[in-house]
Design a protein around this ligand. Structure first.
Ligand code: AKG
Ligand code: FE2
Length: 316
């Protein structure tokens, strides 16, 4: 069971306006409060999830020098492999105890983008790795589009407000491996406390506990998705765009107790980003006398660049 509110995408997709409204209210209220929900009846089925985990485990078991051959520092780590300890939470000096992979957008031929996306890095040792990764990418992207439609209605926009920005957007699927802990980590943790950069994050059930979410009252709450559920949270871009109406909640991944140091943990977040040119300017609908405009205007691309420098993936 989970400690965060659970919502059912089947409500939003139903023909019954009462159920649809119920979903919008539930997810919107949850995002004003705790910033996280777990979602059932999404588009990523068990079979594909299992296949992806299988490929991901095989990848991280490859020799370190093979994995490092797939590292693309020239792309700020936005495609391919990022090695252990490289990324740190904003404002923290110790690197996180994790290595990860990035699958990026492969836009439709007619997408009419002003900016080109770099190609994905192909893993030669694993013939199905890239194909399975991109299948999961599509299903999570499809799920995310519906969640954004519900949120558009919640904040008083047209249902399809985000479609243009988020379709063929700069989203990233990030399989993460947190390896066994072999020495005293001191201040390093599996993932230091952070808010996600993007619009929303869709996280498939991790292989082990560890994810914690910071409640408004300061307590850390374990966030564990129910069977077949995705954990979905608001990121900093959406928080900014909605002038703090929808909350990007701080979360972290804690180290396991010492007796479990020898175990790996895997998790696979999908960071849903818009196209780079999307203005994240605070929406008129979210500004009033009680809540004046909190942020300067910025585009998604500019905001992402700033953050990649702050977390150590782009060198200034
Ligand atoms: O590993 C997890 O459960 C969450 C990871 C996370 O928060 C992130 O990569 O942004
Ligand atoms: Fe995160």
């Amino acid at each position: 069971m989970t400690n965060i509110p659970s919502v059912d995408l089947a409500d939003f997709l139903s023909d019954d306006p009462v159920r649809k409204k119920k979903f919008i209210t539930e997810i919107g209220n949850a995002y004003e409060e705790i910033g996280f929900v777990s979602l059932k009846n999404h588009f990523l089925d068990d079979e594909l999830t299992e296949k992806l985990y299988d490929e991901v485990e095989k990848f991280f078991k490859l020799p370190t020098d093979v994995k490092k051959g797939y590292e693309r520092e020239d792309l700020g780590g936005q495609r391919g492999y990022v090695s252990f300890g490289k990324e740190h939470a904003k404002g923290k000096k110790e690197g996180d105890l994790k290595e990860f992979w990035h699958f990026g957008q492969e836009p439709a031929a007619d997408a009419n983008l002003t900016e080109e996306y770099p190609d994905n890095v192909q893993v030669k040792e694993l013939p199905h790795f890239n194909e399975v990764g991109m299948q999961a990418y599509r299903m999570l992207e499809k799920t995310g589009i519906y969640v954004l439609r519900a949120l558009a209605l919640y904040i008083g926009k047209q249902e399809n407000y985000f479609d243009h920005w988020a379709s063929n957007g700069n989203s990233i699927l990030r399989p993460i491996h947190y390896p066994p802990i072999t020495e005293e980590p001191d201040n390093a943790v599996r993932a230091g406390a952070h808010g996600d950069i993007n619009l929303i994050t869709l996280l498939m059930g991790a292989s082990a506990p560890g994810l914690q979410v910071k409640h408004k009252d300061g307590r850390w709450i374990d966030a564990i998705a129910g069977e077949d559920e995705l954990v979905i949270n608001v990121g900093d871009m959406l928080e900014r765009h909605t002038n703090n109406k929808l909350r990007s909640t701080i979360h972290r991944v804690v180290n396991p107790p010492r007796e479990l140091w020898h175990t790996s943990r895997y998790s696979i977040p999908f960071f849903m980003h818009p196209r780079s040119e999307m203005p994240l300017d605070c929406l008129e609908e979210c500004i009033d006398d009680n809540n004046p405009k909190q942020y300067d205007d910025i585009t998604a691309g500019e905001f992402l660049h700033q953050r990649l420098v702050e977390i150590g993936l782009i060198k200034k």
